[in-house]
Structure formats: structure tokens, C-alpha cells
Design a protein around this ligand. Structure first.
Ligand code: GLN
Length: 280
């Protein structure tokens, strides 16, 4: 079979499962199966593919047809300006989360040396993107999952940041290390009973622990704010990703813990996504 007919076949299978990006996904999975750039496919439609590559391609198509996200099948995802390694141990970086990076860079424009803490660091996409842009910043990441810390370590290596990042396996409640100028977090904030309403690709494959914010959706956010109020320096910034309907509740928790609200930021779809506060 040549590349073109295999691609078409893959595309048809994905389309039959209502996958909207069937053509693109088929191309991405083919380029993974034959280990070549996407451009190669277009220029070599007539080239025959080996039995082994075809098998690999079919397996990937079946997995995608079953809802597995492309990022987990290719083990990579672009975020900000960089490519991150991902697997099922970490949440896939969302384009909407890039607003956090953008805001941090804006706030820290004239700052030289800052200590930044990322609570629930996952793949590392937020903290590592910031460190890539700010050569004198130092980062600390905490996560409850040692598997996700492994992925973060791989990403730190890949980006040449290993000397500026310290990673700790800990529940945030039990983390008492250091004082920070800036704390960032994208904590789990989906209400427990809403989890099953998320898209199938998310529910079936992404780590529940990174999404489940308890019955109110606020339990992890509350822990992050409580602990941040101890770990942050006076006048330090706390930048949180939150759900579109959590602004009022989170504002209250922040105020109670001695933070004032500096700015509420919307995402690409104009939903509230990020809240920036300052420790008084
Ligand atoms: N934004 C993510 C989603 O929509 C949720 C991330 C989180 O809970 N921190 O799936």
C-alpha cells in the first residue's frame, strides 16, 4: 500500500468516529509511524510503506479512533514557543493556559532575579516556558505525582534548564520549602460531578488527579491559596488558572488569605481563565 491510500483509509476510519480533524490526525499519525516530517508525506504520496510501518500506523489510527488524544499518541505537544514531552501521567498543555505565561512575563518585565514556584507542575509547561524567556529566574516545582515529575525532568533537560529547576514530590499541604517572589498554579478545578461531562478524549485518557477539584471544584484551589500565603514573599504575585465560573469564590478565598486582586484575565474564548493577586 502507498502512503496516499493508507492516509485515506486512516482518515475514513477517524471520520466514521466523528473525529473532526480526521485528515490532519491521519497525517500526523502517519508521520509518526514512518518517522518522517509531514511534508515528506505530501511529496511522497506514491511511496510504498513497509508492513511494519503500516501495522504501526493502523494501531495508532485504532487508538485515535477510540478517542486517545493525538498528544499522547505522538508524546509531544507545543506550548508557548516550545515542544514538550507528554504522556498519560500529565495533563496535555492547553493553549488557553498560555495566558498565564504571557501575564507573568508582563508582570516581571523589569524584574531581574526571581524565585518562581509552580504548584502542581505536571509536564512543566508553564514554569519551563517562563524560565526559557527569563534567563535569571529560578524555578521550583511541586507535584504529588512522581511520574509527572519524571516527565517534567525530561522536559527540563530537553530545554537545557536542569540547573535552574528544583523538583519536589509532595502534596502542597506538606510543602514548606523556600520563599517565592512569584507563585503560579493550574490546579485541578473541575467539579467532581462535572468530570464525566468533559469530552470523551479528556475523561477517558487524561489524569483525573489533575482535573478533579472535589465536589465544589474549589478544594485544591483553596489548598494552593492557603499554602501560597505562607510561601510567598510580601508583595509577591500569585497567578492562578481557574474555571470560567469560579471568579467570585476564588476572589473571596484570596482576600481572606491576605491577597488583593490585581487582574482577572480571559482566555482565547473570552472566558475567565486566570486571576492575578498580590500578597499584602
Ligand atoms: N482546562 C482544563 C480542561 O478544560 C482543566 C484544567 C484543570 O482542572 N486545571 O480540561
Amino acid at each position: 500500500m502507498n502512503i496516499q491510500s493508507a492516509l485515506k483509509k486512516g482518515q475514513l476510519i477517524l471520520r466514521s468516529k466523528n473525529i473532526k480533524t480526521a485528515e490532519l490526525d491521519s497525517q500526523i499519525l502517519m508521520s509518526k509511524a514512518i518517522n518522517k516530517e509531514k511534508l515528506f508525506l505530501i511529496l511522497n504520496y506514491d511511496e510504498k510503506i513497509s508492513k511494519k510501518s503500516l501495522n504501526d500506523f493502523n494501531t495508532l489510527i485504532d487508538k485515535r479512533a477510540n478517542g486517545e488524544p493525538i498528544a499522547y499518541l505522538t508524546n509531544k505537544k507545543y506550548f508557548w514557543n516550545y515542544e514538550f514531552i507528554v504522556n498519560k501521567d500529565v495533563l496535555i498543555p492547553r493553549p488557553d493556559t498560555e495566558v498565564l505565561v504571557e501575564k507573568v512575563l508582563e508582570l516581571a518585565k523589569n524584574k531581574n532575579r526571581l524565585n518562581v514556584l509552580d504548584i502542581g507542575i505536571g509536564s512543566g509547561c508553564i514554569l519551563l516556558s517562563i524560565l526559557m524567556e527569563k534567563k535569571n529566574f529560578y524555578g521550583t516545582g511541586v507535584d504529588i505525582s512522581s511520574k509527572s515529575l519524571n516527565i517534567c525532568k525530561i522536559n527540563s533537560h530537553k530545554l537545557g534548564l536542569i540547573n535552574r529547576v528544583k523538583l519536589f514530590k509532595s502534596d502542597i499541604d506538606n510543602f514548606n520549602h523556600g520563599k517565592y517572589d512569584l507563585i503560579i498554579s493550574n490546579p485541578p478545578y473541575i467539579k467532581k460531578y462535572d468530570l464525566k461531562c468533559l469530552e470523551k478524549d479528556i475523561v477517558d485518557f487524561e489524569p483525573k488527579r489533575a482535573l478533579d477539584g472535589g465536589i465544589s471544584g474549589l478544594s485544591e484551589i483553596r489548598k494552593v491559596i492557603d499554602k501560597s500565603s505562607e510561601l510567598i514573599k510580601k508583595k509577591g504575585f500569585l497567578i492562578l488558572e481557574i474555571g470560567f465560573d469560579q471568579k467570585r469564590n476564588v476572589k473571596k478565598i484570596l482576600n481572606d488569605k491576605g491577597f488583593y486582586i490585581k487582574e482577572i484575565v480571559k482566555d482565547l474564548a473570552s472566558n475567565v481563565r486566570c486571576i492575578i493577586s498580590v500578597k499584602i
